[in-house]
Design a protein around this ligand. Structure first.
Ligand code: ATP
Length: 267
């Protein structure tokens, strides 16, 4: 019996409309990942080779993981997610085996998107610290990627905030040769992200998302999500504090009525 834990295959449920902004990135991912997975024969017919690997890079919390899950969902593909740091720490001594196993499972379950988050953790430029472990890992990863056959229905998406420290060998043709910047959201994108995250939140009439988008310069998607969550919690805290105790319960109209996020909760 192998000591390897099962490689977890997920079926994510993130749709394009769950991601605010990033229209160009979504389009690029459609063409580079979704189309090859859905219409492999069309690529064959046109004689073009789809990328085996796509690298998403950009500041933290801007939706890279979300994008990888969405493209898997929209392609009706399976999803195997791993994180660079866990490859190094948790899989000590068996990392290479693990990588082999992941690609084997991916082929078996194809179409599959393999997502490697924080790939910089396993892929700092080789020789930099003379680190043999990461050397062997990168070699294993490169071998697996080189072995992805045309139309095998396996695509690797990796994400990093530090594209500058990646091993250049990873970026050669046939590997992660499609680089896509996932930028911090501008005002219009922030408005869309706020809309996504308030879709199921009861908002009081005084809440102005446009104004909020304007005021949140420098916020990432993750920051905006946290802002909405905190505002909702404030609304709940207020409802509980302001009502007599006997009215604070699930079925109470007064309680439900007060569970509304208003402008001051965002300040
Ligand atoms: P990191 O670089 O820190 O791993 P990331 O770029 O992978 O971050 P995600 O993990 O995809 O970012 O985003 C974190 C959370 O922030 C998401 O679960 C989502 O709720 C929210 N978020 C980020 N970007 C967006 C976006 N463009 N639209 C909607 N939600 C977003």
């Amino acid at each position: 019996p192998s000591a390897l834990r099962e490689v977890l295959i997920e079926m994510p449920n993130v749709r394009w409309e769950d991601i605010g902004g990033l229209d160009e990135v979504k389009q690029e991912l459609k063409e580079a990942v979704e189309w090859p997975l859905k219409y492999p024969k069309a690529f064959q017919r046109l004689g073009i080779e789809p990328p085996r690997g796509v690298l998403l890079y950009g500041p933290p919390g801007t939706g890279k993981t979300l994008l990888a899950k969405a493209v898997a969902t929209e392609s009706e593909a399976n999803f195997i997610g791993i994180r660079g740091p866990e490859v190094l720490s948790k899989w000590v001594g068996e990392s290479e085996k693990r990588i082999r196993e992941i690609f084997r499972k991916a082929r078996q379950a194809a179409p599959t998107v393999i997502f490697i988050d924080e790939i910089d953790a396993i892929a700092p430029a080789r020789g930099m610290e003379g680190d043999r472990v990461t050397d062997r890992l990168i070699n294993q990863l490169l071998t697996e990627m080189d072995g992805i056959e045309r139309n095998s229905g396996v695509v690797v998406i990796a994400a990093t905030n530090r594209p500058d420290i990646l091993d250049p060998a990873l970026l050669r043709p046939g590997r992660f040769d499609r680089l896509i910047l996932v930028p911090a959201p501008d005002e219009k994108a922030r408005l869309e992200i706020l809309r996504v995250h308030t879709r199921r939140v009861p908002l009081a009439k005084d809440v102005n998302l446009r104004e909020l988008a304007k005021k949140t310069e420098g916020y990432s998607g993750a920051d905006l999500e946290a802002l909405v969550r905190e505002a909702a919690l404030l609304a709940m805290r207020r409802a509980i504090a302001e009502l007599p105790e006997e009215l604070v319960e699930e079925e109470s109209e007064e309680f439900l009525e007060r569970l509304k996020v208003s402008r001051r909760d965002f300040e």
